[in-house]
Design a protein around this ligand. Structure first.
Ligand SMILES: Cc1ncc(COP(=O)(O)O)c(C=O)c1O
Length: 462
């Protein structure tokens, strides 16, 4: 055996432990995978082993699939490290952290134009998914309380939304036993209309879901029109149906780029909004926000007072313990960037998005499906190609680019798109390089010809 020839066995294990990290035995043994080892290993060896293994992950800077922030300023990194050990839920022990989260809630309520007479409330969450569940639960409670007060049955709640919503909405309906009234999309129209909503709502509708910045195509449901419809229904039929706006992506974009667009608390029936701090809020993963227009939109029944961590703490969340650092990092961004800082970053992202979209359209090979760009992303279909967007996505992966391909939800499943999310650290230089590689991949596939056509969809959408 080669190892005998080299006489590796002669070096005693104990001698090799007092050497460099790469000279230690841990680098010529398998890493523990199934059972916790009896003895540990030096910190440097453990670090380096895991660090090397993680190189197999994609490069976050080239991950154009995810909306989630991959870069923050070093000062934010420092604050995050400083606060890693603080449990967000222990607000009696960490009262300042709790005050900071309240400040963020206040700032967001104002950013979303809550009327002055309202007392907005809200909380930090692990992401938009938890925030959406909390918002919709509140509406389910309010609806049930109202029905019971009126002496009417409250056993058949339903929720109305388009198939353009993120899966978390469908999850809510299933987990919390609410009938899902999902409005299908149509080819060439990837959002819902107020007319669709009018056909679905009834006295058992706990809320209508509307999205600003859809996951699939970055578009926006006609929130103002849906609001006007619901105001009308309230007047004529007496059904007070709230809108929950899913601003996971658009909530941190529209206030800076489209300040005059009415989609938020300016609209009468918009009672709650969620936003992902970790998307265009520009914070690393692990933070979302749910904001209620007014205290009365969050039934007190759902708020738990916990006393065993010290003082009396009001708690409205699905999970309990979690880190504080992303909440702190959100506050850092808000005061560090201010409205102008966010606007400058968003403006660059839009410039780059428009440039990318324009180049792709001008090539004659792609068709833009989000012509009305609401959030900085580009979603395109292929025009007359002998291959699929899935193959193009795979080819780009060879160069390190992570660009997802997927089919749209029902009834537009026959539309397969390639989606590129433009983040703050994806500057013009990177856009140009992506375009070059995208075109090269396109020409290679063209040369390979139709025999290579394959219908796989390996990329998960999130
Ligand atoms: C429109 C929309 N809603 C909700 C979510 C879920 O958000 P989170 O990942 O913050 O839980 C996403 C995620 O991409 C989304 O795009």
């Amino acid at each position: 055996m080669l190892s005998e020839k080299l006489d590796l066995g002669k070096l005693k294990r104990s001698e090799r432990e007092h050497t460099t990290t790469y000279g230690s035995r841990y680098f010529s043994e398998s890493i523990p995978k199934y059972e916790m080892p009896e003895d540990g290993m030096p910190a440097k060896a453990a670090y380096q082993l895991i660090h090397e293994e993680l190189n197999l992950d994609g490069n976050p800077a080239l991950n154009l699939a995810s909306f989630v922030t991959t870069w923050m300023e070093p000062e934010a990194d420092q604050l995050i490290m400083d606060t890693m050990g603080k449990n967000y839920v222990d607000n009696d022990e960490y009262p300042q952290t709790s005050k900071i989260q309240d400040r963020v809630v206040n700032m967001l309520a104002r950013l979303f134009n809550a009327p002055h007479e309202c007392k907005s409330v809200g909380t930090g969450t692990i992401g938009s998914s938890e925030a959406i569940m909390l918002g919709l639960l509140a509406h389910k409670w309010t609806w049930r309380q109202r029905r019971e007060k009126e002496g009417k049955p409250a056993d058949k709640p339903n929720i109305v939304m388009g198939a353009d919503v993120h899966t978390v909405w469908e999850k809510f309906a299933r987990y919390f036993d609410v009938e899902l009234k999902l409005i299908p999309l149509t080819r060439d129209h990837y959002t819902i209309t107020a007319r669709d909503v009018a056909q679905e709502v009834d006295e058992n509708t706990i809320a209508v879901g509307a999205v600003i910045g859809t996951t699939f195509a970055g578009q926006m449901d006609p929130i103002k029109e849906i609001n006007d419809l619901l105001v009308d229904i309230k007047k004529t039929k007496g059904w007070d149906i709230p809108i929950h706006v899913d601003g996971a992506s658009g909530g941190f974009v529209a206030p800076f780029i489209f300040p005059d667009m009415e989609w938020d608390f300016r609209l009468e029936q918009v009672k709650s909004i969620n936003v992902s701090g970790h998307k265009y809020g520009l914070v690393y993963p692990g933070v979302g926000w749910i904001i209620f227009k007014d205290k009365s939109d969050l039934p007190e029944d759902l708020i738990f007072d916990i006393n065993y961590l010290g003082g009396l703490m009001p708690n409205y969340s699905l999970n309990f313990s979690k880190g504080s650092s992303t909440i702190i990092a959100q506050y850092y961004n808000l005061i560090r960037l201010g409205r102008k800082g966010y606007k400058d970053i968003m403006t660059n992202m839009f410039d780059n998005t428009l440039y990318l979209a324009g180049e792709l359209e001008n090539s004659g090979k792609f068709e833009l499906i989000n012509k009305n760009i609401i959030v900085p992303l580009v979603a395109v279909t292929l025009k007359n190609a002998d291959f699929t967007v899935f193959q193009l996505s795979e080819k780009l992966r060879e160069k390190g680019w992570i660009v997802p391909a997927y089919t749209l939800p029902a009834d537009a499943e026959d539309v397969a798109v390639l989606r590129i999310v433009v983040k703050e650290n994806f500057g013009r230089d990177m856009v140009e390089m992506l375009l070059e590689d995208l075109m090269e991949a396109y020409h290679k596939l063209e040369k390979e010809g139709p025999k290579a056509v394959k219908e796989s969809n390996p990329t998960l959408l999130y």
